[in-house]
Write a protein that binds this ligand. Structure first.
Ligand code: NAP
Length: 222
């Protein structure tokens, strides 16, 4: 029995959707540098070498097409992909739904979603982000209504500051804005993969003063 706050690794092979992105780079490096298989999903063959150098096992797949080969044999999926505002409904919503469906069909039970603060109430968000937040909200809702064991993590604005390993987390942090380094978001997503207290939870994260494990544990008991 692990002590409170400890994570027992059960997922050995993890698909990282968006591994070539900024958060995805960190996730690939963290998982690839450990004893687990970091299946680094990229869109282009030319991106595979970089992912292998981080310790990832590259797989070429696009969220808007067939992703069955990427999902097959995985124990868990971390969704860290995003349209960057280019095609929010095609990628942030339908691409995510495509991957959720493929996971369900392949029997990959565990799915950790990188969502966004504001996705709980898109209509109150800033106008330029509204469609993006609606797309994220609809993808999150689809995941929640699926049979998968999910965790939905909603960070504030992402920065490229170095990670501190300390965050705050809560179902509703009660703030309109705030930020967090991408490195800490990546570490939170990785920690969440096998952290039972956050199975089935949706919560916000920002920079803070608690260890990631303690902050996640508090989410489940709030
Ligand atoms: N920016 C913020 O302040 C903020 C705040 C809260 C939440 N978020 C969420 O966090 C996510 C990750 O942030 P980030 O900074 O790491 O983003 P990023 O650097 O833009 O990474 C997004 C990744 O998604 C990949 N991608 C795009 N379309 C795809 C498709 N059709 N199939 C497969 N992969 C695809 C991109 O591939 P390529 O490398 O080939 O382009 C890229 O690697 C964002 O997308 C957003 O949803 C962001």
């Amino acid at each position: 029995m692990p002590a409170s706050g400890e994570v027992t690794i059960v997922s050995q092979s993890i698909l990282i959707a968006g591994s070539h992105g900024q958060v995805g780079h960190h996730i690939t490096e963290i998982l690839g540098g450990g004893n687990r298989t970091a299946r680094a999903m990229v869109r282009k063959e030319s991106q595979t070498e970089e992912m292998a150098a981080l310790g990832g096992e590259p797989v070429v797949a696009d969220l808007t097409a067939d992703v069955d080969h990427a999902v097959e044999g995985c124990d868990a999926i971390v969704f860290a992909a995003g349209s960057g505002g280019e095609d929010v409904y095609g990628v942030d919503r339908d691409g995510a739904i495509n991957l959720i469906d493929a996971a369900s069909e392949a029997g990959v039970d565990r799915f950790v979603m990188l969502s966004s603060m504001g996705a709980d109430d898109p209509e109150s968000g800033p106008e330029p982000l509204r469609d993006y937040l609606i797309a994220k909200a609809e993808a999150d809702e689809y995941l929640r209504n699926s049979e998968l064991n999910y965790t939905i993590v909603r960070p504030g604005e992402l920065t490229n500051e170095s990670g501190t390993g300390e965050i705050r987390a809560g179902e509703d942090l009660g703030l309109d804005s705030g930020d967090i380094p991408r490195e800490d978001v990546a570490q939170t997503l990785v920690t969440a993969i096998d952290f039972e207290p956050v199975y089935g939870e949706t919560f916000e994260i920002l920079s803070g003063e608690e260890s990631i494990e303690d902050a996640l544990e508090a989410v489940s008991s709030s």
